[in-house]
Design a protein around this ligand. Sequence first.
Ligand SMILES: Cc1cc2nc3c(=O)[nH]c(=O)nc-3n(C[C@H](O)[C@H](O)[C@H](O)COP(=O)(O)OP(=O)(O)OC[C@H]3O[C@@H](n4cnc5c(N)ncnc54)[C@H](O)[C@@H]3O)c2cc1C
Length: 463
Amino acid sequence: MKTIEHLYRRFRGYPQNNLSKKGIDMEKLFSINPYVAGPDLDITGKQVKLPDIVRSAKNRSTVEEYPSAPITQFDEQWILLTSLEDMEQTDYDVLIVGTGAGGGAVLWRLIEQMGGNGKRIGVLERGGLLLPTHSQNIATMNPEQDEKYFHTVAKFHPEYPSPQVYALGGRTLFWDTTCPRMTVSEMAEWPVPIKEMELYYSIAEKVMSVTHNFSKSASITQTLLRRLQNNGFSDSTDEPLAINLEPAAQYGVVNSNPFFSSLIFFAKALNRPLDLAINARVVQVLTENDRAVGVKAMSPDKKSYVIRAKNVVLSASTLGSPQILLHSGIQGRAIGHYLAGHSRIVGTGIVNRSEFPEVLGPLRILVPGNEQRPYQIQILGPGGYFWVQYKIQPLQEKWEFVFVASGKVESRYDNKVILDPFKRDALYANPASSHTKEHPSHIENPVSSVSSVRKKRTKISPL
Ligand SMILES: Cc1cc2nc3c(=O)[nH]c(=O)nc-3n(C[C@H](O)[C@H](O)[C@H](O)COP(=O)(O)OP(=O)(O)OC[C@H]3O[C@@H](n4cnc5c(N)ncnc54)[C@H](O)[C@@H]3O)c2cc1C
């Protein structure tokens, strides 16, 4: 439901409730919008004209009471945000922690299934507003620049292979959009039957616009694909990629975000009852009688907030979710255990430019895994041009390309993360914080990736 207060918060950066006391001429508002009968009326879908905030001497001081809505915060709001203070006032039906692939998908599906039935959904994200779209949708990015930017903003751990992205959208702001399905042999032990998985895959692939068409017109891909298919790799395909290649629809609908990120899930949830707080790091799930009743979240200035909810969905990534659960003292055989990894081998090859028609296009091939071949191979190139924006592909005789072979590392009980009692997160170091004494929050990850022949011990340093 949208009310006048939502509009003021969104378009005028106005942070608080009780509008009439804060310099807004409510009479004028009602007179120029005859169908708005009161400040709490649902105005979803209606056009409303907003009179200016009256900055008389009397209420100027009232407006200045709220330094937490400075222009910078307002400028950042390309997505409607809610403060943690406001979220503390609401009882949520569902609270989602994390906004990457997992959190975004849960949000979209809940909104799609629950529609407008009045259920309240809250979302808490540890990071801020880094990018409003997948990095490859940004006009000034090319693969080189994208790589550099990613290395600047992602959090790398020296012993853990997968960097984290703490921001709205999580790692999907930078992911490569490759969407292979699990192989039938991988799904054999899966708790969900294959038939059902097919249904869910098709739902997910539809909403993420997964397509094999990205490299269909690329001569380098099609030539190499034919050679592979004729030489023992008959199941090779153009890579399935989450990229919306549909031509812009009629009526002014423009496809402005072709490369998929979790922000598309948020776009699909617009105009629904949804509260999103950023820079809100969840540190604990609160329970009563063995049921989750909410979470404790911290702001960067180390204030803690209790957000209540009937259901809590943790989607704070591989390390973040077990960290929160362990920190909350929630027990369970699987918590922090059975991690799976992917071991990778990367090789390079060379192709001769003269063997291909004039325009090469992107090289994106997937050789999927199967019963006999328990690993997949991606073939990417040419050079760094596996996606091309505005940068011109130079003419050169020889082009390098890469093979990436990935096998799944068996998921075992021993592959685990644990809290490291000797390390403490800076967020908890403040004695004023209620978490300081009881809960060291660092994770040790003794076995984050295990090859079939050798176990590797990995410790995670402060997050
Ligand atoms: C460069 C790159 C390329 C990739 N390419 C592919 C690919 O082609 N195909 C593929 O399938 N996968 C790919 N991946 C992996 C894929 O992006 C991840 O598997 C996927 O995003 C995981 O989703 P997630 O929701 O679990 O975690 P994330 O996407 O990491 O999201 C977790 C979110 O939780 C937030 N969070 C963490 N802790 C807290 C907390 N305590 N409180 C609140 N919020 C918190 C984080 O800030 C983040 O926004 C790639 C990853 C990277 C980095």
